[in-house]
Write a protein that binds this ligand. Structure first.
Ligand code: PHB
Length: 384
């Protein structure tokens, strides 16, 4: 009997020490469906960081637990987050390609006091929904305001806006209008396209009929960006002299080759281009290609890579003993040298402060890239 009890105690102790030796990161991402590229980029970016820096920090092994939200599916995201917290006992929640999934998980982050790292979702309000949320990606307002200002400074006066009809699209539309009209420009038309299965042709035709000097576009990266560009070309907007201005989501590195030479000359504003010249980006690109040599990393991979850097720093500073409130103290004000340039977590809003670049699509060594030509330093989210 004594032997049995001893054995049981021993078994329990070994389970506990195993649990305590591992830091678990629950990654909630879109791995299937229309938005499967988001999950691919985010998981690749996180794995690239771990490949480059090893999977042990402060004597603890870092473990990723990847869950598929399947697309914009708040109910699925919420259920998976609950499982990660209750069953897997994760130390961090992270991932979130899409805004609706991030919003659905905010109450769980608050209730369980789990530090939650938004690696992509970019609607301004997300970080305000829980004191346990930080963002290592961007906000639409942050990259849109510089686009409106660049357009006006470069002689554009009449713009039509086209955005995806949900949180980040509404932020982009509002921000563009506010910044552009403040300078003296005019928004001559506004259209919102559905997030799922949009038919871009008729929307783009309405833009053409409105005869603006330029169209400003935000749609989520990936298939929607390809769909918009196709309609823009088929309906002959470029030929009609209507310039295309966009956030970098439309010309992102993951799809830019699929857009083809029609994309040459498109001006966009964003925080990351694979063509960014820096030692940090060079190291990132090398680590990423070890994980996935077939795809080019985009801004989502970088948001995930930096999110892992932030998690590693928390684990290091807390010596492997993760407590939600202490973790948030470490995250607030954290500075990192990212592949995109210097970044900081604003201690008040827990949102990211970073450079925004104005870029033009050009050929570099025969391939299409967003070539940065202007930098706006240390931009805070103006949507706060
Ligand atoms: C979002 O859902 O917040 C989102 C998704 C894709 C993007 C940008 C924002 O390219």
């Amino acid at each position: 009997m004594k032997k049995l009890i001893l054995l049981a105690v021993f078994a329990l102790a070994s389970v506990q020490s195993w649990a305590a030796d591992t830091i678990k990161v629950g990654l909630l991402v879109e791995m299937t469906g229309t938005f499967a590229d988001f999950g691919l980029q985010i998981t690749n970016g996180a794995k690239a960081y771990m490949k480059q820096h090893g999977d042990t920090v402060a004597g603890k092994k870092i473990e990723l637990i990847i869950k598929d939200t399947t697309g914009p599916a708040p109910d699925v995201a919420k259920r998976l987050a609950q499982e990660l917290v209750v069953k897997d006992k994760v130390d961090f929640l992270a991932g979130f390609g899409l805004t609706p999934n991030a919003l659905a998980v905010a109450p769980i982050a608050t209730e369980a006091k789990i530090p939650t790292i938004i690696m992509n979702a970019a609607t301004s309000v997300i970080t305000a929904k829980s004191p346990y949320i930080v963002r290592t990606s961007f906000t639409l307002a942050q990259v849109t305001e510089p686009m409106a200002q660049w357009a006006y400074r470069n002689g554009v006066r009449k713009v039509f806006t086209v955005v995806a009809d949900y949180g980040p699209g509404h932020d982009a539309e509002d921000t563009f209008k506010k910044a552009f009209t403040k300078m003296g420009g005019q928004v001559v038309g506004e259209l919102r396209v559905p997030l799922t299965n949009p038919e871009f042709g008729p929307f783009v035709q309405r833009v053409k009929d409105g005869k603006p000097e330029a169209v400003f576009v935000f749609v989520p990266a990936g298939e929607m960006a390809v769909g918009f560009m196709k309609a823009y070309n088929e309906r002959g907007l470029a030929k009609a002299g209507i310039k295309l201005l966009s956030t970098g989501d439309v010309t992102e590195d993951g799809v830019i080759e699929a857009l083809g030479d029609n994309a040459l000359g498109v001006i966009s504003t964003h925080q990351y281009s694979a063509a960014h010249v820096s030692p940090e980006n060079k190291a990132f690109l090398a680590a990423y290609s070890q994980i996935d040599p077939k795809t080019r990393p985009n801004f989502m991979a970088v948001g995930a890579y930096d999110g892992m850097a932030a998690i590693y720093e928390v684990v290091r500073q807390l010596k492997g003993n993760i407590d939600g409130d202490k973790a948030m103290q470490v995250l607030k004000g954290m500075k990192l040298l990212s592949p995109r340039g210097p970044i900081q977590i604003d201690p008040e809003t827990r949102d990211i402060v970073q450079n925004v670049y104005v870029r033009e699509v050009k050929k570099v060594n025969g391939k299409l890239y967003n070539v940065e030509f202007e930098t706006i330093n240390a931009v805070k989210d103006p949507g706060k």
